[in-house]
Design a protein around this ligand. Structure first.
Ligand SMILES: *Cc1c(COP(=O)(O)O)cnc(C)c1O
Length: 389
């Protein structure tokens, strides 16, 4: 195993080696990170549902009724009835005909993309799409083309040049781009897809539960219901549990049940996760209380940071990047904040471009105004000390 040890040595030489931080309790507004209580500005638990009493109780009840594990893949005997209930509820929530659930958002992408396009088809993908989309595209036998981030002219050029040489053309984009918090230019993408007879695939992992009426997602936000062919969502972020899904037509669901490899070759969602997700979606359908609080928290936080003189980028969502630039300075900022009691992960190259280092603040409905004020105070202190503001 010395070949791996050597690679790890190289990580250390390059200054990119790290240990995994340990959270000693639930994911919430404050967490016990490595034994110290800190304000948590780094989770995807947008609505605070990961530690919600109703969601936890649903998981406990499901374990008592259905056990700890599904026991098999869905095509054998792992298809417990609650999975179907979750799918029907999600379809109703998303205003789509049918939903197919997977064990995670990553599984959904790697299973769905290769199942729906084949040799003789073309995938056109935004350069900033999520890693699980990139992996899904790699597993597909279709040809691939990549367009510059949100560059609609280049997308159209690719369609113009290549459309006639392929059977199906599938345009794939994130709904919300996770590092900057900007939205895909979905109305234009849909318009081009309709003009050139292409299919559309939107991964709305960061949009579900956040954008649109009561968190119905990016498609709802842009009033594009019925015009996007495949809408991917995750149960791991705003829903607060784990799992992924594709919302589409019934034919998609039927086809995936025969060809999506994570469904055929990996055990179904555990009952606790399925039931907890059902409860979370029910909470979202009952009121917009959580998504309203998420947005008011995010707006409050962003406004205060900008007033202090921080550059918060061009986010259109609760994802709040604080642009620092230099990689070492970004990591130094993150470390100083942690010492001051606020955990915000520093994001640097290669996750983002060189010189575009940032602190990525993830605001949640679970944050109190006191949490946010405390975090802002620490940002001000550290920002002044490091001469960022
Ligand atoms: C987080 C994320 C995923 C993965 O979701 P999991 O359910 O955590 O596997 C997929 N796509 C995008 C765009 C994401 O942001």
């Amino acid at each position: 195993m010395t070949f791996l040890a050597k690679k790890i040595e190289k990580l250390k030489e390059d200054g990119v080696y790290r240990e995994l931080p340990v959270n000693y309790g639930p994911c919430d507004n404050k967490i016990n990170l490595n034994g110290k209580e800190v304000v948590n500005l780094s989770s995807n638990n947008y609505l605070g549902l990961a530690n919600h009493p109703r969601v936890k109780q649903a998981a406990i009840d499901a374990v008592n009724k259905y056990g700890a594990g599904a026991g098999a893949v869905r095509t054998i005997v792992g298809n417990q009835d609650i999975i179907g209930k979750l799918e029907d509820l999600l379809a109703e929530f998303k205003h789509e005909e049918a939903v197919m659930c997977f064990q995670s958002g990553l599984n959904c992408n790697i299973g769905t993309i290769q199942a729906i396009v084949d040799k003789g088809d073309l995938i056109i993908s935004d350069e900033l799409n999520h890693a699980s989309i990139i992996d899904g595209v790699r597993l597909s036998k279709a040809d691939k083309a990549v367009f510059k981030h949100s560059d609609m002219e280049q997308l159209e050029l690719i369609l113009k040049e290549k459309r006639s040489s392929y059977n199906q053309v599938l345009i794939i984009t994130d709904g919300v781009f996770s590092m900057d918090g900007d939205l895909a230019k979905l109305p234009k993408i849909v318009e081009l897809a309709e003009q050139y007879n292409a299919l559309t695939y939107v991964d709305d992992a960061h949009g579900s539960g956040v954008l649109g009426l009561g968190g119905r997602g990016t498609v709802d936000h842009f009033h594009l219901h019925g015009r996007v062919d495949f809408i991917i969502g995750t149960l791991s972020k705003a829903i607060g549990v784990v799992g992924g899904y594709v919302a589409s037509k019934q034919v998609t669901k039927t086809w995936l049940s025969h060809r999506a490899r994570p469904l055929l070759f990996s055990t179904a969602l555990p009952p606790a996760a399925t039931a907890a997700s059902i409860e979370s979606v029910k909470i979202l359908m009952e009121s917009t209380e959580y998504s309203d609080r998420l947005w008011s928290n995010a707006n409050y936080f962003k406004e205060k940071l900008s007033k202090l003189g921080f550059d918060t980028g061009h986010s259109e969502t609760p994802i709040t990047p604080v642009m620092i630039g230099n990689e070492a300075k970004t990591m130094q900022f993150s470390k100083a904040l942690l010492e001051a009691g606020v955990y915000v992960s520093g994001i640097v190259f290669p996750t983002v471009a060189l010189g575009k280092g940032r602190l990525r603040c993830m605001i949640s409905a679970s944050h109190t105004i006191e949490d946010l004020d405390f975090a802002i105070e620490q940002f001000e202190k550290v920002g002044k000390k490091l001469q960022i503001i």
